[in-house]
Design a protein around this ligand. Structure first.
Ligand code: ADP
Length: 150
């Protein structure tokens, strides 16, 4: 059974993230979405709310699980018996960061990172822009996966 983790901050989980998971399910049997709590980023949404929003998106999908973790991402992967990290790439800007982390993770543990390029229709979607819109009282339903309500 091929299991991947999809780690991130997901503040909030967007339709861009959702699309990466959907595509990942075509070659992974199970994907565990991991909300990483070990960084110093201050988030808009509490971890409970972030879990709830992701669970709403996957109510009917038994191959997707959602957890939070408070450790190194590779240690989280090992703890759930996953050999793969799934990530999405929007732009050249994401590239160097992703490559460095992927290299470190592989050297530390042998865990491979699988990176999918974003679908171009979602390349402008980011949690940062979603939070910005919220701060101006705008509706962000179009940024969220189907069937998810803030
Ligand atoms: P992190 O803080 O780890 O970057 P994010 O929640 O911002 O966490 O993102 C998690 C993953 O999803 C990253 O690999 C990021 O590049 C990817 N991602 C974010 N937005 C999109 C998008 N619109 N399309 C594809 N991948 C995306």
């Amino acid at each position: 059974m091929k299991r991947a983790i999809f780690p991130g901050t997901f503040d909030p989980f967007t339709i861009g993230h959702y699309s990466i998971v959907e595509r990942g399910l075509s070659f992974f049997d199970e994907i565990i979405i991991g909300i990483g709590l070990n960084n110093t980023k201050k988030t808009l949404f509490s971890v409970e709310k972030r879990l709830d929003l992701i669970q709403q998106a996957y109510e009917l999908e038994t191959r997707v699980k959602v957890m939070s973790y408070n450790s190194l991402t590779v240690d989280f992967a090992l703890s759930v018996h996953s050999d793969y990290v799934l990530r999405g790439l929007r732009s050249v800007g994401d590239f160097e960061y992703e490559r460095t982390i992927a290299d470190a993770n592989r050297k530390l543990t042998g865990i491979e990172t699988v990176i999918l390029f974003t679908e171009s229709k979602y390349s402008y979607i980011s949690s940062t822009v979603a939070r910005e819109l919220i701060s101006y009282g705008k509706d962000i339903t179009a940024f969220l996966p189907p069937n998810v309500k803030i």
